[in-house]
Design a protein around this ligand. Structure first.
Ligand code: URA
Length: 267
């Protein structure tokens, strides 16, 4: 196995939050069929149309399976992205501030009808102060612009708004802790309230949980519509998950999810 393949495996396990690997046999063998199967396992059939009733049906189906977390109240009606940024200031409200370089607030059109929400900045985003500019970001840009073009929708990355649940990079790209998400989540909710998009696309499990309040895994939630304070939310895979090996199914599904949300917003 070459070095690049080994690196891909390690990144793949890092995404699964497996921090310790024991080398009993070869690294290839360590990716057991069970792990592979759980990664490529086909999720349940998606809900197709974006009508109110379908959104409600999808949400109530999930709600029946999982209790919902409490979401904080909406921000004041005169809120704006500038005010939110000023309120964040040189934030030291949580431990994520200790190791960060730049706060990654968000980027795009303040009046965007579509907002993408990721988990938190990675190394490239931390260095540049802009969300989704690393490898996963480049894939996201390609997905947005490539899918729109194919679907006949004139849309560029600059026309949407992109932000994260937490605005500072979690050390080692770990998943943000509940208290960090709670502290920073108030700013995400204010951003969403200030923009009031026609739809939100939650990228990956962390964003899905933060925006919908549901605790189910992303494979159960993807392709379905939820609501954030009356705004439809589509859940799909995080682009960094799609960059890992063995995720061909997930890629196809993510493209389907994206098509749904794009047609809902721009048709
Ligand atoms: N992953 C995220 O969730 N957000 C970014 O901004 C970059 C990578």
């Amino acid at each position: 196995m070459d070095a690049d393949t080994i690196r891909q495996y390690l990144e793949f396990y890092q995404d699964l939050h497996i921090e310790t690997l024991y080398r009993r046999t070869s690294v290839a063998d360590a990716a057991s069929p069970a792990v592979k199967a759980s990664v490529v396992a086909a999720p349940p059939a998606p809900v197709i149309a974006a009508s109110e009733s379908k959104i409600a049906a999808a949400e109530s189906k999930i709600a029946a399976a999982e209790p919902k977390m409490e979401l904080p109240p909406l921000a004041p009606p005169d809120d704006s992205l500038i005010k939110i940024m000023q309120d964040i200031g040189d934030c030291h409200r949580c431990r994520l501030s200790e190791a960060r370089d730049k706060i990654v607030f968000g980027v795009g059109d303040e009046k965007a009808p579509l907002v993408f929400v990721g988990e938190g900045p990675g190394a490239d985003e931390d260095a540049q102060g802009i969300p989704f500019v690393g490898r996963a970001g480049q894939l996201l840009t390609q997905m947005i612009e490539g899918t729109s073009k194919k679907e006949g929708i004139p849309l560029l990355r600059k026309d949407v708004y992109i932000c994260n649940v937490v605005k500072c990079r979690p050390p080692g790209n770990r998943t943000p802790e509940a208290d960090e998400m709670e502290t920073c989540g108030q700013f995400l909710y204010r951003q969403l309230s200030a923009i009031r998009p026609k739809a939100i696309c939650a990228l990956g499990g962390t964003a899905a949980r933060a925006v919908t309040g549901h605790k189910e895994g992303v494979t159960k939630m993807r392709g379905k519509w939820f609501k954030w304070n009356d705004i439809p939310v589509m859940v799909t895979y995080h682009p960094s998950y799609l960059l890992r090996p063995y995720n061909e199914n997930a890629k196809r599904e993510a493209w389907e999810d994206l098509k749904k949300v794009l047609h809902f917003v721009y048709d």
